[in-house]
Ligand binder design. Sequence first.
Ligand SMILES: NC(=O)c1ccc[n+]([C@@H]2O[C@H](COP(=O)([O-])OP(=O)(O)OC[C@H]3O[C@@H](n4cnc5c(N)ncnc54)[C@H](O)[C@@H]3O)[C@@H](O)[C@H]2O)c1
Length: 378
Amino acid sequence: MRVLVLGADGYLGWPTCLYFAGRGYDVIGVDNYFKRGAAAELDCEPLIPVPNLAERARIFKNASLKIHIGDVTDYGFLLFVFKEYMPDVVIHYAEQPSAPYSMLNRDKAAFTIQNNLISTLNIIHAVKETNPDCHIIKLGTMGEYGTPAIDIEEGWIEIGHKGRKDRFLFPRQASSLYHTTKIQDTDLLWFYVRTWNLRVTDLMQGPVYGIYYDDQRIDERLFPAFHYDEIFGTVVNRFIVQAIVNHPLTVYGEGGQTRGYLNLKDTMQCVYLAAENPPARGELRVFNQITETFTVNELAEKIQRVGDKIGLNVSINHIKNPRKEKEKHYYNPKYTGLLELGLKPHFLTDEALIEMLDVIKKYQKNIQPHKFLKGIKW
Ligand SMILES: NC(=O)c1ccc[n+]([C@@H]2O[C@H](COP(=O)([O-])OP(=O)(O)OC[C@H]3O[C@@H](n4cnc5c(N)ncnc54)[C@H](O)[C@@H]3O)[C@@H](O)[C@H]2O)c1
């Protein structure tokens, strides 16, 4: 089997290349280094230095991994890669992944729309043109659903109306422009699945945390890009870094915001399980890719308790919420589909937090506290 990983230089894309290559797949990794440029522009470089893709591929020493540098929104380039390798599966991570980035100003918003939607459109066309049987695995986000006052189903809902019934995509209402592009991606995919009979898995993923991509230890030069800043860092990763330097954990507002989370090791399992168990042609399959839910307060309290246990002095600071979002709300998503496929979750245990704290401690001298808050509001 041959897998094309788009966004291979990223936090999830790089470990995905290693994970699939280690399990007998031929892997083609593509990236245009957008994220590296954006991080340099906004003074948000990752905590752990990351060699470029070619260098990381050399360190990995696995002949089944090939790298191409190019832009997925450039259709000529993408079509060349598809024709050259004829992948069985394409995993689409190659998007602008940050809500705050998308809310910075009009240009960043326009870039996010253009990059995320055109990349998805190009992949759809390249699959149709070269091999309509190729399975598209697309990373969406739980943020597509927002925080409705009803239970969140796994992608689809049956609605009865005036005595008749039909099945629809679950209603979606994003809380940032970035999340809105993910909704639009889903709409694009659903339109082309209906029209061209493609096979697509759309993974509604929650914020990911962690460093290791499976239970093996790896050369630290192969660690994924680990961001801890307000723009690109996800909340658990950010809090872990704050805890190490005794910076108060920055909880936005009341901290009652509830979300679904998962370990990087489980992202790998989920994407792999999706690839190994493709949907039928003409199906848009949606999984909610999370393993447990927490309020932000619960996350902060866990990290405080575990930090104290290992001799840190962790405090929590409720700061004015820079985002427009509910701070107390109902939240009850369903997430059984991936478990049914065989996912074995790695939960946010004390051991998991200690594992992260131990790694981050080694890079303590790289931590720049001015990156924790960048003043982006909406
Ligand atoms: N990390 C999370 O917690 C999380 C949660 C939910 C969804 N997601 C989604 O998963 C995907 C991957 O997330 P991530 O955290 O690894 O992000 P990331 O920014 O680390 O990785 C994305 C990679 O794609 C590349 N890229 C962007 N646009 C490109 C283009 N036009 N052509 C080629 N390469 C391009 C970037 O340079 C980057 O290396 C994103 O779509 C993101 O929205 C991530």
